[in-house]
Design a protein around this ligand. Sequence first.
Ligand code: 5GP
Ligand code: MN
Length: 316
Amino acid sequence: MSTLDNILEEINKAESIVILTHENPDGDAIGSGLALYNALKNYGKNPDIIIPEYPRTFEFLPGSDEIKKESEITKYDLAISLDCATIKMLNGFANYFEDAKVKVSIDHHSTNTMFGDYNYVSTDAPACAQILLIVLEYFKMEVTKDIGTCILTGIITDTGGFKYSGVTAETFEFVAGLLNKGINVSKIYRKVLQTKTRANFELTRIAADRLEFFEDGKIAFTYITKEDEESVNAENGDHEGIVETGRDIEGVEVSVFIRQTDKGCKVSMRSNEYVNVSDVCLLLGGGGHIHAAGCTLQCTIEQAKEKILRQLKGVI
Ligand code: 5GP
Ligand code: MN
């Protein structure tokens, strides 16, 4: 029996199912979560999806008004984690996962630690949502227009609008299938990639002003503090995309962006061609993908900057 057969068997058996994803959820995390949530509901199940906080950009997604912040159920029959590389990344709601009778991880991170009883991890997929499309088809669960909207949102956000290197001919074939269902790609694109909140614009402006270059312009570095976020009344997700400002400057190979949070310095790294930032972040206790990765460092911004630059100097 394949892993997917096992997972379907567990879905059939389970009376209570919870869907979880990573902290600071992005479009792929929320899109994948809601795609599975809607599919399981249509299949006759009554799953919960728990995401304590997420950017309001994604409130247009079908099913988002049913997202729970917490649950009275503590021991689910089945927990499914999506787009999440480690138990630690599940963060505040790891208990729902750890306490569940059966645990499943569906993901596309090469740094996935295989923390489920069943792991369906495909590192070639540019988005977890693309894997879900394969999974739902295997389960013979119909990909409705609503489900397709969630999946396409995941694919669009994690591929930066079909421009990252993980995009394959298969991605476009999948997307063509979704468009045939009448999904409005241009509306999703505008909502999730083009439109910025005012606070996001203000934070980007602050970060751009502070941006420094190192190693002959191959490294771009910037940061925002808690005070910066307070000063612009930032909401969840308003820091998204700032790391791309440095990445997109000619000559830059690695862009580093630090965001100060209650848990420490949340580091985002992006590379353009040859540096594997996932490896760099693994050495710093994090992980991610070859060209997009992150970690959290418990120190001041200045100390974090030094640690990161030291690591990068060896690979740049
Ligand atoms: P971002 O910079 O957008 O927060 O994250 C980029 C990628 O790196 C995402 O795929 C994210 O899941 C991963 N990532 C970010 N921070 C961490 C971390 O602390 N640990 C691990 N394992 N992955 C991370
Ligand atoms: Mn993803």
